[in-house]
Design a binder for this molecule. Structure first.
Ligand code: ATP
Ligand code: MG
Length: 362
């Protein structure tokens, strides 16, 4: 998938921009706060129908305005032209169109225009609670297969009902019905997540090895109480406890993804550069699996290319992503000289755009 043209109106600090992108590497340079990350976020938004950074759609509307519009003209890997138009207004909400036709359900869009973003904010995946890692897997899975979220949504709905029920009752017959439903949907989610993490593991290890020049070994594993016994049994065993606590204390809503470096927890024992390299390896693994499954090379967004990485690792990263396994790339950095220097040494062809106070100049 390749983005040929991006049109933005009132998207964060970008009042009106029209950006023509090239097939290979697109670089956005400019000072802090210029709008570089916002451009990448607009590209992400067109694919995921939500921002990679802000919680609500309203936060992506330029201050003092009522709406934003983002439009992307794409070319698929087999040469078809596609047009995606997304607008959001404070009054009318979100409208998402593909080739002029409005989607009935916005969820049907996710995965059609695959995208992967690497940004300094990714460190939250390491430092934050398990919920953040589950959210990441969910977003990844939703791009892989748009039906993959159904089991999770049903699970969450039953879980909410069960928790509400536990506040006022301990009726065993009713709990048994909830448990059956939770097990059914929970098992599907467990299998999906475990499978995707298993498929990621060798790729994460491989990319980390390349980035670090074979310095350390890394590992990613899915952790769930369901490894010990089926969810139905777990729920039965914890029933007494759940009744006392008045909420559900076991299930896939407590699962986690474990990151390790040299056999130790990455969060405690990884340096900042090692953690960053791990996150890049994770995202590149995601990229490869998406490309394979969706059958379309995702757009790769590298925000703040030099963030925490030494020169060698940046060079290896650029070498990796300019290979045949990767497609169109958008890079941001605040130092033009540094970026041009490393790109010319990697002999990568690229286009350079200067971003200044929300304006994009070629
Ligand atoms: N809804 C909004 N309306 C107007 N401006 C916004 C909005 N949201 C964010 N901004 C502005 O966008 C600017 C940040 O843009 P962005 O994060 O793209 O900068 P950047 O070029 O990536 O900078 P850095 O080099 O520091 O990463 C800030 O000045 C911020 O105030
Ligand atoms: Mg930025």
């Amino acid at each position: 998938m390749r983005l040929k043209k991006l049109l933005l109106i009132n998207f964060k600090n970008l009042r009106q921009s029209e950006i023509a992108l090239v097939e290979g590497v697109n670089c956005f340079v400019g000072d802090n706060g210029a709008g570089k990350t916002n451009i990448l976020d607009a590209i992400y938004y067109l694919s995921m129908s939500k921002s990679a950074f802000t919680m609500t759609d309203g936060q992506s509307i330029m201050h003092g305005e009522d709406f934003f519009v983002a439009e992307g003209s794409y070319m698929t890997d087999d040469g078809r032209a596609e047009l995606v138009n997304c607008s959001f207004s404070r009054r009318g909400g979100k409208i998402l169109k593909r080739n002029g036709k409005e989607y009935e359900r916005i969820a049907d869009h996710v995965g059609n225009f695959p995208v992967v973003i690497v940004s300094p904010q990714d460190t939250e995946l390491i430092t934050d609670a398990a919920e953040e890692r589950r959210r990441y897997l969910n977003a990844f899975l939703s791009q892989m297969n748009r039906h993959s979220m159904q089991a999770l949504m049903r699970y969450n709905a039953v879980l909410a009902e069960r928790n509400k029920f536990l506040k006022s009752s301990s009726d065993e017959a009713m709990l048994q019905i909830y448990d059956m439903q939770l097990s059914e949907h929970g098992n599907v989610v467990y299998q999906q997540r475990r499978e995707i993490v298993e498929r990621m593991q060798p790729l994460v290890a491989l990319y980390y090895k390349v980035l670090s020049d074979d310095k350390e070994q890394v590992e990613i594993t899915y952790r769930s109480e369901l490894e010990q016994m089926p969810l139905e049994e777990l729920l039965l065993r914890s029933r007494e406890r759940d009744i006392v606590n008045q909420f559900t204390t076991v299930g896939i809503h407590r699962d986690d993804v474990i990151f390790r470096i040299g056999g130790y927890p990455l969060r405690k024992y990884g340096s900042q550069g090692q953690q960053k390299s791990f996150l890049i390896a994770l995202k590149l693994a995601q990229y490869r699996l998406l490309a394979e499954t969706v059958g379309e090379k995702p757009i790769l967004l590298l925000d703040d290319l030099f963030d925490k990485l030494d020169m060698q690792r940046v060079e290896r990263l650029l070498e990796l992503v300019s290979g045949d396994d990767f497609g169109q790339i958008c890079i941001t950095d605040c130092n033009k000289v540094r970026l041009e220097d490393i790109l010319s040494r990697a002999s990568t062809k690229y286009n350079l755009y200067t971003v200044e106070g929300g304006d994009v100049l070629l």
